[in-house]
Design a protein around this ligand. Structure first.
Ligand SMILES: Cc1cc2nc3c(=O)[nH]c(=O)nc-3n(C[C@H](O)[C@H](O)[C@H](O)COP(=O)(O)O)c2cc1C
Length: 183
């Protein structure tokens, strides 16, 4: 069995540069990585909750991959979480199925890395923007992996930068270890 499940959510993968390149790279590693592409699996947005829950149950490590849209997830990924992380399964007195699993985010980001510094033009860091995700992991007892990001996707990234990001992404998937909370 592969070790990491990547939930890929891109509303227009056919016109994507970064996420499509990352997807190609992921598919080169079928022994270690399974890719589950939400917009292809559910063109009608009717998510098969049981199927998704069974899939998640098979993996200890899950990465959510997407382009940052309005500082957040694309909408089908949000719906996937709303539907799949259900009461009695993910949380509540009998909901323990995500406990101890590791989750990470991998994002392509249009703006530059400096714009996401504390005093940058965006006014929020990526760590701040992903707070709802962190809170959700906390709520279901899951473990947070560091995020992976490619910045400047809207600013004519070079082919070399995109290629490097694909290699870095695979290394991230295979090697990243949980974020250690600062006490
Ligand atoms: C609807 C929409 C919203 C976007 N919102 C943001 C944003 O909030 N911040 C940002 O840095 N880039 C934003 N972008 C730029 C995307 O993040 C960028 O196009 C994407 O990461 C490129 O990845 P791709 O080549 O896989 O499509 C947005 C793009 C679109 C189409």
């Amino acid at each position: 069995m592969t070790q990491t499940l990547v939930i890929l959510a891109h509303p227009n993968l056919e016109v994507s540069r970064i996420n499509r390149r990352w997807q190609q790279e992921l598919l080169q590693h079928p022994q270690e990585i399974t890719v589950h592409e939400l917009y292809t699996e559910y063109p009608d947005w009717q998510i098969d909750v049981e199927r998704e829950q069974r899939l998640l149950e098979q993996y200890d490590r899950v990465i959510l991959q997407f382009p940052l849209y309005w500082y957040s997830y694309p909408p089908l990924l949000k719906k996937w979480m709303d539907d799949v992380f259900a009461y009695g399964w993910a949380y509540g007195s009998t909901g323990d199925r995500l406990q101890g699993k590791s989750f990470g985010l991998s994002m392509s980001i249009g703006n530059t890395q400096t714009s996401y510094l504390p005093d940058g033009s965006v006014s929020f860091t990526v760590e701040q923007l992903i707070a709802p995700f962190k809170a959700s992991l906390h709520h279901v007892g899951a473990i947070e992996l560091p995020y992976f990001a490619f910045f400047g996707a809207s600013f004519q990234a070079t082919d070399e930068q995109v290629e490097q990001s694909a290699a870095d992404y695979i290394r991230y998937i295979l090697q990243s270890s949980p974020v250690v909370e600062q006490k």
